[in-house]
Structures are given as C-alpha cells and as structure tokens.
Ligand binder design. Sequence first.
Ligand SMILES: [Fe+2]
Ligand SMILES: [Fe+2]
Length: 249
Amino acid sequence: MTSRFAAATLGSIVADDFRAASVLERFGLDFCCGGKRTLDEACALRQVDPADVEAALGQLSGPVSADAPDASWAADELTRVIVRRHHAYIRAQVPVITGHLARLTAVHGERHPELHTIRQHFAQIADELQMHLMKEEEILFPYIRALAAAAEQGTPPPPNMFGTVMNPIRMMEAEHQSAGNELEIVRALTHNFTVPADGCATYRVCFEELSAFDRDLRLHIHLENNILFPKALELESALVGAPVARRGR
Ligand SMILES: [Fe+2]
Ligand SMILES: [Fe+2]
C-alpha cells in the first residue's frame, strides 16, 4: 500500500494541517528547522516507526482553528500576522523571562548550577533574535509585500539590494537554525522544562514561560521556513519568469 505521508516533508504536512504539529512533536520530529526532511527521513533519524506516526496522523480529530495559519494564506498577510503575533510575543516575553532567570539563578544557582548555563543560552537567543526580527521587519518582509503587490498589479519585481530573495531567505533560515539549536540545548538542560522537586513557584513560572517561548518560536519558524519563504520564492520566480530554485516542499 502506498503511504500517504512518507514522501511528504514535515513542513508541508503541518502547512497543510496545523493539527499535525502536536502529533509530530509527540514523536520528537522537528517540523520547523527540520521541516524539509520527508517523514521517512525524519523517522529514520529519530528511530521512530513511520507507520506509528502515519497512524496518528490518520486519526487527527478536533476542529481546525479558524485562525490557524496554513498554506492557503497569502504571503503579505502572513508577514503581518507573524509580526503581530510572534515578533510582538518575543519582544514582550524576553524581558520577563530574562528577569525570572536572573532571580532563579540568584536563589537556586548554587544547588542547580545548570541554571547559569540556561541563562547564558537564553541571553544568546534573545540577542540573536533582536537583530533577526529587525532584518525581517525592515528588509525581507517589506520586500515580500512588494513582490505580492507587483504580482497583483502585473508589474516587474521591485528593485532590491540582494539580487534574489533567496539570499536573505537563506540568511534567515541559518539564523532560525542557530536559535533552534540554542533552544534545543535549553530543552536538554531543563529536562524538557521539568521543574526539580525542590523548585519554587518562580521556578515553575519561569519554566512554563520558557516552554511556551520554545513552542511559539517553533511555530514561528515553521510559518516562515515552510509557508512564507516558499511563497516568496514562487512570487519572485513568477515575476521574473524563472523556475523556482529548489525546495522540497
Ligand atoms: Fe520572524
Ligand atoms: Fe525568522
């Protein structure tokens, strides 16, 4: 029997139905930075049986949220939603989590020295993301909106300083990978955000915040890598009359 999902990429599975995200997460399959892998490739890496994942995907139930982003969304609308939901969330949460981690490290750092390392990695993520969001908001996203407008009006692609949109996209994907790697370290150091037996209320709040931050960032990266960027490449390629260069979606 031919499998429905085996050759599909993780990114496209979630882009088609966002409810699949929780199934892939349950099996430890990375659909954001690792979204270009096929289900079979990702399962082989994690030593998971693809049949188990496919069975779970085949049983997806429950309503699809009306505002769950998917591949049907237009590129310009996606850029606005990403900034409004995810960039704003990062800017709001970074100072809160930074403050809680500082307090936690001061109080529990002696008994839990890994808190110092967690704090350093979070500071690194926060630092990298600050520049990253600015590059998207000031360079890449306005260009994608200009591409969408040109496609709508039937005009040539707008001028830019970077040649093809593939160049800033590659840079953003590399930065996503870096933030994803840092968060992976935080996940490992916190044992998947598990509060130790002697953890206080601040510990619990802080780990919940870190866990939510991790989840939001993975969704955010998925929307960009697996939905927005392929759409931008398609828009550009339609405007210049060239075939879309690459991408296994
Ligand atoms: Fe972003
Ligand atoms: Fe990004």
